[in-house]
Design a protein around this ligand. Structure first.
Ligand code: ADP
Ligand code: MG
Length: 339
């Protein structure tokens, strides 16, 4: 009997992995911006055409890459961010899988220009569908620029599945905001079809939230702060009287990553008990910090879900922290007065 099992060629494996990592233009934006953050950039510029369908470019002033790394970066499971399994329990970076660039390069036309700090010459790499078209030495600014064009050029089904520019752009803005709301020390710029949508100078957290969501946000926000062995809680919750019909501005971040959690959402809501009118949703920006070995963020490639060791304690601490803030700022009385 003959043997029939073989290893898939890299470009096929990459294309399969890409299906998980890259759902839409917004996924590319997330990965590229997070890489720029990990590279220590103080300024990150996102340039889009047609909601990323024709162009997604991310330019950073981070540490750049060497000539060899500029090529290695596109290999699957190639990463500078972890080297042992233990590192997974002490992550300091957004990335760690070493999958994003390999995946993106498998399903798009990618151009990378990168230059290490104070180096005279940098590197220019062009990759299309996992194949290196060219790599040459070039004069490029310090930092890194990735341009991604013709996303899903070799996966027509995915391309056809893309929604309108309005919808795809909304997804991109969501990802952009999530990173910008954590890294308030970084200057972020977003240009879409030639016009500036965001220009967020480096600032403190409160100012960043206001810059993202508009000047009126400032008066809504009540600070939250709590410090325990299990978790530190920081951020802002919205005064109950500003709660809205639409459920937009609700954010949890755990160790500097945006996450979703129905359980923690419930903890916050329960702190508003008796304070909200029927059918409205409070605003919140909650930043949790936990010892890395008490959480697991490795459960999904897009990493918006987290497993906590002690979920119940977290629930109670969060609930009481929010309750305390709402009470301290006397919002209860303000609402009673209105009734
Ligand atoms: P990961 O972020 O999980 O390590 P990626 O595929 O996103 O995997 O990136 C692979 C590697 O390429 C990174 O580990 C990093 O060393 C390098 N890299 C990617 N983007 C940048 C950038 N903007 N600046 C400097 N290095 C980068
Ligand atoms: Mg990455």
């Amino acid at each position: 009997m003959s043997n029939i099992i073989r290893l898939l060629p890299d470009h096929v494996a990459n294309q399969i992995a890409a299906g998980e990592v890259v759902q839409r233009p917004a996924s590319v934006v997330k990965e590229l911006i997070e890489n720029a953050v990990d590279a220590g950039a103080t300024e990150i510029k996102l340039i889009l055409k047609e909601a990323g369908k024709t162009l997604i470019q991310v330019i950073d002033n981070g540490k750049g890459m060497s000539e060899t790394d500029a090529r290695m970066a596109f290999e699957r499971h190639a990463t500078s961010k972890i080297s042992t399994a233990e590192d997974l329990f002490a992550l300091q970076t957004k990335g760690f899988r070493g999958e994003a660039l390999a995946s993106i390069a498998a399903i798009a036309h990618v151009e990378l220009k990168t230059c290490l700090k104070q180096a005279e010459l940098g590197t220019h790499v062009v990759i299309e569908g996992s194949k290196v078209v060219s790599q040459e030495v070039a004069v490029v600014p310090e930092g890194t620029s990735f341009s991604v064009k013709n996303l899903f050029f070799n996966i027509p089904a995915r391309r056809n599945f893309l929604k309108s520019d309005t919808v795809e752009f909304r997804h991109i803005v969501d990802e952009f905001e999530r990173v910008a709301l954590v890294h308030h020390n970084i200057h972020f710029i977003l240009l879409h079809n030639g016009s500036e949508v965001f220009n967020l100078p480096a600032s403190n957290l409160r100012q960043r939230i206001v810059n993202v969501f508009g000047g009126k946000t400032n008066e809504k926000l009540v600070p939250v702060k709590e410090n325990t062995d299990i978790v530190t809680v920081e951020g802002f919750v919205g005064k109950p009287e500003y709660a809205k019909k639409s459920r937009g501005e609700q954010f949890f971040f755990v160790n500097d990553r945006f996450i979703k959690s129905g359980y923690l959402h419930h903890a916050v809501l329960s702190a508003y008990e008796g304070l909200l009118k029927e059918g409205v949703h409070p605003t919140y920006f909650i930043y949790l910090n936990l010892p890395p070995d008490t959480i697991d963020i490795n459960i999904h490639p897009t990493k918006t879900e987290v497993k906590f060791d002690d979920e119940q304690a977290l629930y109670s601490i969060l609930r009481s922290a929010v309750k305390h803030s709402l009470g301290q700022f006397n919002v209860t009385a303000a609402l009673d007065f209105q009734r």
